[in-house]
Ligand binder design. Structure first.
Ligand SMILES: [Zn+2]
Length: 407
C-alpha cells in the first residue's frame, strides 16, 4: 500500500499484502477468461465463487445473469457497487504487442482486454467487501456488489432488470468505470440513430436514368460532419457530438445503381439536448439537401447468456450529480481519508450504467474506479495493480462511511 494508515483510518480493516496478491491473481484469471457481451457465463461463475471465497453471506445470479453479492444488515440503507463483466472484442490482434488474454504483469501493470474496462474495478469491489466480511465489520445497512452483463452494447439495461424486475432498490450507486482514482459525477447521454436514404435503381452503365442512394447519403454525411461543430454545449459536460459510424448500400448487383443506403449515427447528447431534437436536426438536413430518406431511433434486441430476452430503444439519457449532493461530498471526504489526497471531480467522456440508475431511475450515482480510461477498448489495455489495491481499500472505506451517513 502506498499510504500508511492515518489516524482517521485506525480501527478499520486494512488490505494486507497477501490479500492484495490474491486480488491481483483473481484479476489475472478474470482477464484470462474472455467475456464478450452476451457470453459472460464463465466469468459469472468465477465471480460468484470468488464472492463466496470472500465470505459474502449472500450470492446469487438474477434472471439476466447479473451476479449479486450482498453483505451487511438487511432492512437498512443500500449502497450498490456496480461493475460490468463483459468486455469489447480485441479488435485487430496484430495491434497488440502482448497476448490480450494472458493477464501478463510487467512493472506493476497487468495487461489484457478488460483489465481497465472493467475487471480491475470488479476484482477490487469483491475484495473490498471480502475485507469487511472477514473482519465482521458491522454495517448499518447493506453493501451490494452488482456484477452486471451486456453493459458495452446496451448500458443500463442489466441495471434496469435488477432494479425494476428483481426489485433491488439501492439508495446510492458507485460505478467502478475507470476514473484514474478520481471522481466522475456524470456523462453525456447517447443515442443510436438509423438513417436510410432512398434512390431509384438503373443499370450502372446508364447512371443518369437512376437516382443513386449513395450520392444522397454522401450529401447527408457532409452535412452531419458540419453539424458536429455547431452542437449545443454545457459548461460541465461539454458539447454534444454526432458521428456517422457505419454505411451500407443496397443494390441488385454491383452493376446496378443502389436504391437504398443505411447508415448508423452515434449521437452524444449534452444537457439540454433531447432525442427528439437530435432526430429533427437530421430530418432538417435531409430536407435541405433534397434527399429522400427516413430517420429513426435505433432499437436493440438481445439475449443474455441465461437466455433472457430484452429489447428497447437505443436512447441513454444524460445525467449529472449536483456538486452539492451529499453523495459527492461524502464520497470526496471518504476518498480523501482513504487515499491520503483530495480527489479531483470530473465527468466521463463515455457512457455508463448511470444512464439508467441516475438518468432514468433517479438514484444518486457517482463514479470512482482504478485505471485510465484512455486504455479502454485499445490494444495493450493495462492497469496499475497498486491502483486496483488502493481502490479495494477505498471501496471498503466508502461502504463504511456512506452507509453510516445514510443511516
Ligand atoms: Zn466499461
Amino acid at each position: 500500500m502506498a499510504n500508511a494508515p492515518s489516524l482517521e483510518n485506525r480501527g478499520r480493516p486494512r488490505l494486507d499484502q497477501a490479500t492484495a496478491q490474491a486480488c491481483s491473481d483473481f484479476l489475472r484469471r478474470l482477464v484470462q477468461t474472455p467475456s464478450l457481451s452476451g457470453q459472460e457465463a464463465s466469468v459469472a461463475r468465477m465471480v460468484a465463487s470468488e464472492m463466496r471465497n470472500n465470505s459474502f453471506p449472500s450470492v446469487h445470479a438474477d434472471r439476466i445473469g447479473n451476479i449479486i453479492g450482498r453483505y451487511g444488515r438487511p432492512g437498512g440503507p443500500i449502497l450498490l457497487l456496480n461493475a460490468h463483466m463483459d468486455t469489447v472484442d480485441i479488435g485487430d490482434p496484430d495491434a497488440w504487442t502482448r497476448d490480450p488474454f494472458s493477464g501478463e504483469v510487467s512493472q506493476g501493470r497487468l495487461y489484457g482486454r478488460g483489465s481497465v474496462d472493467m475487471k480491475g474495478a470488479l476484482a477490487a469491489m469483491i475484495y473490498s467487501v471480502g475485507l469487511l466480511a472477514r473482519h465482521g465489520v458491522d454495517l448499518p445497512g447493506e453493501v451490494v456488489v452488482a456484477a452486471v452483463v451486456q453493459q458495452e452494447p446496451t448500458e443500463g439495461m442489466a441495471m434496469r432488470v435488477l432494479v425494476e424486475e428483481e426489485a433491488l432498490r439501492p439508495d446510492w450507486v458507485i460505478l467502478g468505470e475507470p476514473t484514474n482514482m478520481q471522481i466522475a459525477r456524470g456523462q453525456r447521454g447517447r443515442m443510436e440513430i438509423r438513417v436510410s436514404t432512398f434512390g431509384r435503381s438503373s443499370h450502372s452503365s446508364v447512371p443518369e436514368q437512376g437516382e443513386n442512394a449513395l450520392y444522397g447519403a454522401a450529401r447527408l454525411i457532409f452535412g452531419i460532419e458540419l453539424l458536429n461543430a455547431g452542437l449545443m454545449k454545457d459548461a460541465v459536460l461539454g458539447a454534444g457530438s454526432i458521428a456517422v459510424t457505419e454505411l451500407t448500400s443496397v443494390a441488385g448487383s454491383r452493376n446496378a445503381i443502389p436504391d437504398r443506403c443505411e447508415m448508423v449515427v452515434d449521437r452524444r447528447l449534452t444537457l439540454g439536448e433531447t432525442a427528439a431534437r437530435a432526430l429533427s436536426e437530421i430530418e432538417a438536413l435531409l430536407q435541405r439537401e433534397g434527399v429522400r430518406g427516413r430517420v429513426e431511433t435505433g432499437y436493440y434486441r438481445s439475449v443474455s447468456y441465461t437466455g433472457y430476452k430484452t429489447e428497447g430503444p437505443e436512447v441513454y439519457p444524460v445525467w449529472i450529480l449536483p456538486e452539492t449532493h451529499p453523495l459527492l461530498i461524502q464520497t470526496s471526504a471518504s476518498l480523501e481519508r482513504s487515499l491520503g489526497r483530495k480527489p479531483m471531480v470530473g465527468t466521463w467522456a463515455f457512457s455508463t450504467d448511470g444512464v439508467y440508475t441516475m438518468g432514468e431511475a433517479g438514484i444518486p450515482t457517482i463514479g470512482f474506479g482504478p485505471g485510465d480510461a484512455r486504455h479502454a477498448h485499445t490494444a495493450d489495455e493495462n492497469i496499475s495493480l497498486a491502483d486496483v489495491h488502493q481502490a479495494a481499500q477505498a471501496y471498503a472505506d466508502l461502504a463504511i462511511d456512506l452507509l453510516n451517513y445514510l443511516a
